[in-house]
Design a binder for this molecule. Structure first.
Ligand SMILES: *Cc1c(COP(=O)(O)O)cnc(C)c1O
Length: 458
């Protein structure tokens, strides 16, 4: 008999989590004004709010922390990280920052000016925020099939390179660089193919523009290339990563994802001139060039995390766990976005609660029901997140209402996945009884989803 698949790690340190009763959860979510961000973590049994900064560090990472060098300038930890970035990603120059959005802030301060256009696949919220803050524009050229939750495409995160070529032919003079997000977080953690990266590079060369990779989940992207793209089956993840970055001039990184640390980020680039331009902003916004927003011990842990995060066995464990949860949901007939991406499952709330008026927030309702059922915390990616139109102040209703279940790295076991799947099945089985959604009683003028207060509709 073939041995079953199993995790590529064993567990040395544990953190207790507590089950609660339905009555307790009823009270807690009411006290939290039906906003899952307001819950205390101890009121949550399985926390799938995000995979960002929530991973478990390894024994090697923890031991690297103990020998962190906290010197203000020229710390050995800085050089450990510099060497890891050079060896794994191929960049000569880098700047540490406290997280991904800080890397965007520094790099974009040097590269973007008012009136610019930045084409790419779907820009992440903070990326778009930093572009628009500079009165420039994000141009989303993701392939059309990405917005169809049921259609299969092995690389649903791709840029449509025909659209990119056409866009550049018209607008190149207003484009400072092209950005590619790997994996495409906004499209559901969907990967970008090597072929797409190569073509993007060719188009950029034709117009003499740099290419920047927003790299939060670059290693998960490399895993999908190995598994799904012809010609890469027998390459190592590190070989694939090296080829990916041969097509980039610079990168921004949120290390809280694929580098498996709880805080941290960086910018890396080929050009010393660009490094010099960014250094000034890094010193102003983050810290001196050899620590940026990070302590020495955190740079040490990050250097190790880059290595571990680009090992096939680790990535296989990670992605198979997300796929396992997906396969259980499929068995139960629960609709979600396919194929499953690298870091999360996106349940299609429009299909679960089709009769609920959209004004009552279908995905939020589903998120609350799942919490009530089993203490599982997901997050709404729907109309509350989409917020109001800045001009008309009308609610915006996006095409999709999704409940995102993001899986932290190396934190939960497949038994936890089983609990999540069955809890969701129980909610799904009684979906016809879920007739009352929620209304907002208070909201902030922007980014309302973090702090909005809600109440169940009468
Ligand atoms: C998380 C993320 C960011 C921002 O990084 P933070 O560390 O949260 O500031 C940028 N881009 C992508 C694709 C991300 O997933």
């Amino acid at each position: 008999m073939e041995l079953p698949f199993s995790e590529s790690f064993k567990i040395k340190m544990v953190e207790p989590i507590r089950k609660s009763t339905r009555a307790e959860r009823e009270q807690w979510i009411k006290d939290a004004k039906y906003n899952l961000f307001n819950l205390k973590s101890e009121q949550v049994f399985i926390d799938l709010l995000t995979d960002s900064g929530t991973g478990a560090m390894s024994d090697r990472q923890w031991s690297a922390m103990m020998v962190g060098d906290e010197s203000y300038a020229g710390a050995s930890s800085y050089y450990n990280l510099k060497n890891a970035i050079k060896r794994i990603l191929g960049f000569d120059h880098f700047l540490p920052t406290h997280q991904g959005r800080a890397a965007e802030n520094v790099l974009f301060s040097a590269m973007i000016k008012e009136g610019d256009y930045i084409p790419g696949n779907s820009h992440f919220d903070t990326t778009k925020g930093h572009i628009e803050f500079r009165k420039a524009h994000a141009v989303d050229l993701t392939i059309d099939i990405a917005s169809d939750t049921e259609a299969y495409h092995p690389f649903k995160g791709n840029i449509d390179t025909d659209k990119l070529e056409a866009y550049m032919a018209q607008n190149a003079s207003k484009v400072p660089f092209i950005i590619v997000t790997v994996t495409n977080n906004t499209a559901g953690g969907q990967p970008v193919s090597m072929e797409c990266l190569r073509k993007t590079r060719e188009i950029a060369n034709k117009y003499g523009k740099p290419v920047v990779f927003d790299s939060a989940r670059f290693a998960e992207n490399a895993y999908f290339i190995k598994i799904r793209e012809k010609g890469y089956e027998s390459k190592t993840i590190k070989e694939i990563v090296a080829e990916m970055y041969s097509y980039a001039d610079a990168m921004t990184m949120s290390s809280k994802k694929d580098a498996i640390v709880n805080m941290g980020g960086f910018i890396a680039m080929r050009s010393q001139e660009l490094w010099r331009a960014c250094s000034t902003f890094n010193i102003m916004f983050e810290g001196y060039v050899t620590y940026g927003g990070m302590s020495g011990r955190d740079m040490n842990a990050l250097a190790v995390g880059l290595d571990e995060g680009t090992e096939f066995e680790y990535l296989e464990t990670r992605i198979k766990q997300v796929e396992y949860l997906g396969s259980r949901l499929t068995e139960f007939g629960i609709p979600f976005q396919t194929p499953v991406g690298g870091h999360a499952i996106f349940v299609d709330a429009n299909k679960v609660l089709p009769n609920m008026p959209r004004e009552q927030f279908r995905a939020q309702t589903l998120a609350i029901e799942l919490y009530l059922e089993a203490g599982v915390r997901g997050v709404e990616i729907g109309a509350i997140l989409a917020d109001r139109d800045p001009e008309t102040r009308e609610n915006r209703y996006p095409k999709l209402e999704l409940l995102r279940l993001a899986i932290p790295r190396r934190v939960y076991t497949n038994n936890h996945m089983e609990v999540i799947a069955v809890a969701l099945k129980n909610v799904f089985d009684r979906r016809n009884q879920i007739t009352r959604g929620f209304e907002i009683t208070w909201e902030a003028p922007i980014m309302r989803h973090f702090t909005a207060e809600l109440e169940r509709c009468k």
